[in-house]
Design a protein around this ligand. Structure first.
Ligand SMILES: NC(=O)c1ccc[n+]([C@@H]2O[C@H](COP(=O)([O-])OP(=O)(O)OC[C@H]3O[C@@H](n4cnc5c(N)ncnc54)[C@H](O)[C@@H]3O)[C@@H](O)[C@H]2O)c1
Length: 293
């Protein structure tokens, strides 16, 4: 999309961090905004800030709630016009220290996968049929993570499961959306200075419990956060990069180089694990090429 001016953007996780930064960047270019989040107070503050620049509605909901999502879509389109930019961005981490094999529980799996993957699925299922029916120009932004491209720590296993799924989903559905004039950008941030650690502790009962019950763990976590905090990327810089990716119809938005080496090492190891090329491989590659044309 050459511009987001005079369009409507629906941004989940819009009360804070990367979601709020996207809202700021889009508003500066003249987009109307539907900010969607669980955090009612954060939403009120974000709305106060942005309504000085553009039309804003704030909707408090849980992205796992499909009925609420459909109602939010209806309300947004009634009040602000058709949604042309959908940002499936709301998410939680694993806590900086992640989960471990002794404390993992179904509750924690359900929360991490429900928000990080289920929220994206619900956004797509709610809005994409409307976008396809109207035709482009339109754009979908899915916020994954560097941890959706390569693994740097075992304790992030649930988070990685959710974010790798968002990566695969985005790459595949993006190739279908383009036939309808709809772009898709997969955002895979490295380390951005947001409230994600705090949000995760607050929202995920299992993560909060681990944090509370183990003082040693809490101390380790706090030391880790202190060490890393000054290195966090400014979310507004990420918001501007995402807007630029929308303008240029780019599939990938990589806000920093944190994961460059792990991605390279992973790809290298995968290629090295393959047997030498045979005639069958060449025939299959040709067939795949033909189906792509
Ligand atoms: N901050 C980073 O370093 C980083 C790195 C990689 C990926 N990400 C991803 O970026 C996205 C945005 O996170 P952020 O860093 O801006 O964190 P943030 O905590 O500042 O913002 C996330 C927002 O999502 C909202 N949210 C969480 N669960 C929700 C739910 N069930 N329904 C509705 N809203 C919900 C929170 O209330 C919060 O306002 C997430 O998907 C996260 O995984 C962040």
């Amino acid at each position: 999309m050459q511009t987001v001016s005079d369009t409507t953007a629906f941004i989940t996780g819009g009360a804070s961090g990367i979601g709020l930064a996207m809202a700021r960047a889009f508003a500066a270019e003249g987009a109307r905004l539907a900010l969607v989040d669980l955090d009612g107070e954060g939403l009120r503050e974000a709305k106060r800030e942005l309504e000085a620049i553009t039309e804003v509605i704030a909707i408090s909901l849980d992205v796992r709630d499909r009925e609420a999502m459909a109602a939010a879509a209806d309300r947004t389109e009634r009040e602000l016009g058709p949604v042309r930019i959908l940002c499936n961005n709301a998410g939680v981490g694993s806590g900086m220290g992640g989960m471990n094999l002794e404390t993992m529980r179904y509750e924690h799996w359900d929360h991490t996968l429900g928000v990080n993957l289920g929220g994206v699925v619900n956004g797509i299922q709610t809005f994409v049929p409307r976008m396809v029916e109207r035709g482009g120009p339109a754009h979908v932004v899915n916020t994954s993570s560097g941890s959706g491209l390569a693994v740097i720590g075992g304790a992030q296993f649930m988070y990685c499961a959710s974010k790798f799924a968002v990566t695969g989903l985005s790459e595949a559905i993006g190739s279908l959306l383009k036939f309808h004039g709809i772009g898709l950008t997969l955002v895979s941030p490295g380390f951005v200075d947001t409230r994600i650690a705090e949000t995760t502790r607050k929202l995920d009962p299992a993560a909060a419990e681990v944090h509370e019950m183990d003082p040693e763990y809490r101390e380790k976590l706090e030391r880790f956060e202190e060490l890393f905090d000054p290195l966090g990327q400014d979310p507004d810089e990420v918001g501007t990069m995402i807007l630029d990716a929308i303008h240029h119809g780019r599939l990938y938005c990589q806000p920093d180089r944190l994961m460059a080496e792990p991605i390279q090492a992973r790809c290298q190891a995968l290629l090295e694990a393959m047997p030498p090329e045979t005639e069958r491989d060449r025939q299959m590659a040709e067939m795949i090429d033909k189906t792509r044309q």
